[in-house]
Design a binder for this molecule. Structure first.
Ligand SMILES: Nc1ncnc2c1ncn2[C@@H]1O[C@H](COP(=O)(O)OP(=O)(O)OP(=O)(O)O)[C@@H](O)[C@H]1O
Ligand SMILES: O=C(O)c1ccc[n+]([C@@H]2O[C@H](COP(=O)([O-])O)[C@@H](O)[C@H]2O)c1
Length: 192
């Protein structure tokens, strides 16, 4: 099977993430999209980060009604911070019959030259890049690269940070989250 890997901290997962993943599941040759919940992203601070299993539960709640979307806890047992190349090596070994690709927003492509062994990733994996409004320029080496595929997915400028801050300020953010995720956050009193 062709699997698209969507890496993120998903603290929490929101309708921006879900819309992109569903778009790729429906409009690309990918058979499944795996949301890989990252315990610790190399460039992110750990503050206000929920427990790995709570973030995984939210991804499970968000994706349970979508056949082609799956939560993945594959990085939970790997060394932190989690470098994507290490996860890819592990996945290749564990699932020799699958073909893996990466899903990435334009914002992440702009910093991609700083990722561990990015040349190796590019050499071996297709990367599906969707548009995002962000500052900075894409490195010239990534322009017209045969492994980089631009996807015309909708732009949904929502961030988990905005959601966390809004909950803290007592604002209503229900439309930005899949209903089951909102319910879980509310029940558990997260981000308050
Ligand atoms: N609204 C969005 N639309 C599309 N992609 C998004 C959106 N928000 C985040 N992403 C992308 O999804 C991946 C995982 O995102 P992440 O979990 O870091 O969410 P985030 O909303 O950016 O989080 P935070 O605000 O906590 O930094 C990243 O590649 C990020 O670029
Ligand atoms: O491998 C790397 O060097 C690397 C550097 C930065 C980010 N990543 C991955 O990209 C994902 C999205 O990153 P972030 O910081 O935008 O949440 C994150 O979950 C990491 O797995 C990976």
């Amino acid at each position: 099977m062709k699997i698209g890997l969507y890496f993120g901290t998903f603290n929490p997962i929101h309708i921006g993430h879900l819309t992109i993943a569903n778009h790729l599941a429906e409009h690309s040759d990918l058979d499944q999209i795996w949301f890989v919940v990252t315990p610790q992203s190399p460039f992110k601070k750990k503050s206000s980060l929920l427990d790995n299993y709570q973030r995984l539960e939210m991804v499970f709640q968000a994706t349970k009604d979508y056949d082609k979307l799956r939560p993945s806890d594959i990085e939970f047992s790997l060394k932190q911070p989690n470098y994507t190349i290490d996860t890819l090596v592990y996945l290749e070994e564990k699932y020799p019959n699958h073909t893996f690709s990466l899903i990435m927003g334009e914002d992440n492509l702009k910093g991609f030259h700083k990722w561990k062994n990015y040349e190796l990733i590019l050499e071996n994996y297709n990367i599906y890049v969707y548009p995002r409004i962000s500052e900075g320029k894409t490195d010239t080496q990534f322009k017209d690269h045969p492994k980089i595929h631009h996807v015309a997915a909708p732009i949904m400028e929502i961030s988990s940070t905005f959601i966390r801050n809004s909950i803290k300020d007592g604002k209503n953010i229900r439309p930005l989250l899949p209903y089951a995720v909102w319910e879980y956050i509310d029940e558990m009193n997260f981000y308050k």
